[in-house]
Design a protein around this ligand. Structure first.
Ligand SMILES: Cc1cc2nc3c(=O)[nH]c(=O)nc-3n(C[C@H](O)[C@H](O)[C@H](O)COP(=O)(O)OP(=O)(O)OC[C@H]3O[C@@H](n4cnc5c(N)ncnc54)[C@H](O)[C@@H]3O)c2cc1C
Length: 410
């Protein structure tokens, strides 16, 4: 054994939103949990920022709102796009209850908050720079994971392993589970540009002649998500980076004066977008949650929030038996999938529809600037209509409430 114990009740693999929330909830309920995260910190360039009302409500239930509110953030009450040069309101959170906004918070700050909170509980064991490489199996069930730690490799035995290791899940592959791939027409170029006080304040999207980008306000810089057709990355990178600089300036004239801040292709990450879903999220001794079970497209900025709701649903069903030392029957794991699959399925369907109807047609478009159809433009003029996507993405179809109390109440 390299560090800590070689046996735990529940081993959560992956310290993203799903894994950190699950680890916190289980430890808070008094169940022994070890969270393995392969990186040394949460501070990585790519971490989506959107914290939706559903997550704000969960943080409130956990008494974490004051800590959360103290994190650097922007509150977004409505989302607009500039389509073919014309401003177009799309989503309006105002008037939704109890939270009428979404918060843009650097995800590393958010995960640090969950880690700090977890560490207040004695049964929480977070191991950074510990990478799960394989599953241990015994008598037809998953019995733990093989781990590469900072010093050496070791086996960590567990009564339950929860794979929260994201879209490229190692454990999903080790388990031989194959997700159904629903495809995505785009990938995302992810880079930063300096921000000036005179720039627009809001986070917004811009759509024009074959190009699309989203600008996230991170105070002193814009985090830019620039959409490109899937598979076009290599051809794009074979050209001078000036092509990208010019593309950005063409979409947003106010960025033309600083487009050279994209120093070269090394400053630009390519993020692969995919939508997929496992038909079965569990095996005896193994449960998969978040993107490991259902990779989400960035559309609606909702993946983090669904991952967190998965974690709450899992903790509600598993914390009691884990704390009590009871066997973790696979039917309990199936209940988690039953609870969560429907809302995930609906959101993925909407994402696929938007990919087909909006993103594909924009990325394939040349010549004429795109237009929002007159009927849709008219409808979007009503705040009640703009509430529909706000409610779907903000709260989801099935809200999760924390039902596993702190250990002292148990
Ligand atoms: C381009 C793009 C932009 C997006 N933007 C947003 C957004 O703004 N808002 C939003 O809500 N969603 C966004 N999404 C979706 C969102 O990123 C995911 O749905 C969400 O991160 C899923 O959370 P998770 O905890 O399941 O997995 P992840 O966030 O992927 O976390 C997995 C964690 O597991 C760790 N890990 C992986 N393998 C191992 C291993 N073998 N051992 C130990 N640790 C491991 C990783 O380091 C990581 O910390 C975006 C997706 C894409 C592709």
């Amino acid at each position: 054994m390299s560090e800590g114990l070689s046996q735990t009740r529940c081993c959560v693999v992956g310290g993203g939103p799903a894994g950190m929330m699950l680890g916190l909830l289980l430890a808070r309920a008094g169940a022994a949990v070890t969270v393995l995260e392969k990186h040394g910190d949460f501070l990585r360039d790519f971490r989506g920022d959107t914290v939706h009302p559903s997550t704000l409500a969960i943080l409130d239930e956990l008494g974490l709102r004051a800590g959360f509110d103290a994190l650097p953030q922007h509150r977004v009450e409505h989302l607009d796009a500039i389509v073919g040069g014309r401003p177009q309101p799309i989503v309006d959170f105002r008037g939704l209850h109890p939270y009428g906004y979404l918060a843009l918070v650097p995800q590393w700050n958010f995960l640090d908050l969950l880690a700090r909170e977890g560490q207040r509980h004695p049964s929480f064991d977070l191991r950074m720079r510990h990478c799960a490489t394989d599953l241990l199996r015994e008598q037809g069930r998953v019995a733990g994971v093989r781990v590469n730690g900072p010093d050496d490799a070791y086996d960590l035995r567990a009564d339950l392993v929860v794979a929260c290791d994201g879209r490229h899940s190692t454990l999903r592959e080790a388990a031989g589970l194959v997700a159904r791939d629903y495809g995505a027409p785009m990938d995302v170029l992810w880079f930063r540009l300096p921000r000036k006080d005179s720039d627009p304040q809001d986070t917004f999207g811009i759509v024009d002649r074959g190009h699309m980008m989203v600008l996230l306000n991170r105070d002193d810089y814009w985090q830019v998500a620039y959409l490109v057709p899937k598979g076009s990355d290599a051809a794009l990178r074979a050209q001078p980076v000036q092509v990208l600089r010019d593309g950005v300036a063409e979409l947003a004239a106010f960025l033309a004066d600083r487009k050279d801040a994209i120093a070269g292709w090394d400053a630009v990450s390519t993020l692969t977008v995919k939508i997929d879903r496992l038909p079965r999220w569990h095996l005896p001794g193994l449960l998969l949650l978040g993107d490991a079970a259902h990779a989400m497209s960035p559309i609606g900025g909702v993946g983090i929030n669904l991952a967190i709701q998965d974690a709450v649903a899992a903790a509600n069903r598993l914390a009691g038996p884990l704390r009590a030392g009871a066997p973790i029957d696979e039917t309990l794991l199936a209940q988690v999938q039953q609870r969560r699959e429907f809302p995930v399925r609906v959101v993925q369907r909407v994402q696929m529809l938007m990919q087909r109807r909006l993103i594909s047609s924009v990325l394939e478009q040349r010549g004429e600037p795109p237009r929002v159809p007159a009927l849709l433009r008219w409808l979007l003029g009503f705040r009640a209509v703009r509430h529909v996507p706000a409610r779907l993405f903000g709260y989801g179809l099935r809200r999760e409430y924390v039902a596993c109390g702190p250990a002292r109440d148990a």
